[in-house]
Ligand binder design. Sequence first.
Ligand code: NAD
Length: 362
Amino acid sequence: MTPFTYTAAPARVVFGAGSLQHLGRELEALGAHRALVLSTPEQEASARRVAELLGPRAAGVYAQARMHVPVETARGAREEARRVGADCAVAIGGGSTTGLGKAIALEAAGGAVRFPIVAIPTTYAGSEMTPIWGLTEGGVKKTGRDPRVLPAAVIYDPELTLTLPLDLTVTSALNAIAHAAEGLYAHDGNPVMSLMAEEGIRAAAAALAPLLKDAHDLEARSDALYAAWLCGTVLGNVAMGLHHKLCHTLGGTFGLPHAEVHTVVLPHALAYNAAAAAEAMARVARAVVSAGRPAASAPRAVFDLARDHGAPTALRELGMPAGDLDRAADLAVQNQYPNPRPLERAAIRELLQRAYEGARPD
Ligand code: NAD
């Protein structure tokens, strides 16, 4: 066995249909008294429902979260938190909303003030399980790790995901699978994260077919959210490789949508790394087979999972201009970082071409 170091992150998870009702108890346990409830404008009604549930513990609602946390939005949320005297945030939504909570906690941490976040995830992006923050200024996204932005408690209530549109359900589940797949070949991986990764891929893959038939299937929604937890934990604990760096570039620099980009790029990033990470590929394929699907190879299994559930499979479908592929390849090799196969510009340019066209991997 490869030697490893394992440090468990202090995360508290409350899981189950209807578990939103425990929010008050969770705030109580944190010693928090005035929560600023965060959401996107699209989910403001949910945020207001949460505020109502909290009664006097709600300091206000800030429904301005946006993808990639623009610094202006972060500034607005911090000012609002100060104005209403909030001592914690409740973030109900996907990665964008959790990210806004992290931006407030990061600044509070800079001033050595504790500002806990209770996250209530409604997508499968997994940000709630990571100490990773992101902020975008002038079109450039900066990310970093800080244990103080890790939510103090996470409430996973599958009932809140019943409204997640089907297209985002599929791409968000593939986003989760991407964390797990890269976690399986992480240079700093460990056996516990690998167990979680394999089980996360299985649960996500198994949830999609029933959800395609009935988006309100609560059991399948629970499986998908369980997968989000497992895969998010992997993302938070081990280093990601080429796939995540490419998606970061394509999302941040070219403005492509987050979950969709992950969905399109993953099969090609896995194909790039396949020969250098045989055991990880076998585990991805095994997880997909356990979910009752065929898996001739890991890259193909993931490609077929997206295609068969109606997700996009080509970057050109997402609006990526063909003329920017060269620049994307340049950016991808600008900084070296651990990846099973060394970063080779020509091969990455080819990977991007295949992703652009939506070619099915071998
Ligand atoms: P998102 O949070 O941007 O949500 C997409 C849209 O779906 C929003 O309009 C949102 O309001 C809506 N939505 C979410 N849940 C819904 C539901 N249940 N019903 C109806 N509508 C719903 O999308 P995302 O993919 O969850 O997050 C993407 C962002 O999160 C990116 O900026 C990404 O970089 C970041 N992210 C960060 C981390 C991290 O560890 N820091 C991890 C994953 C993603």
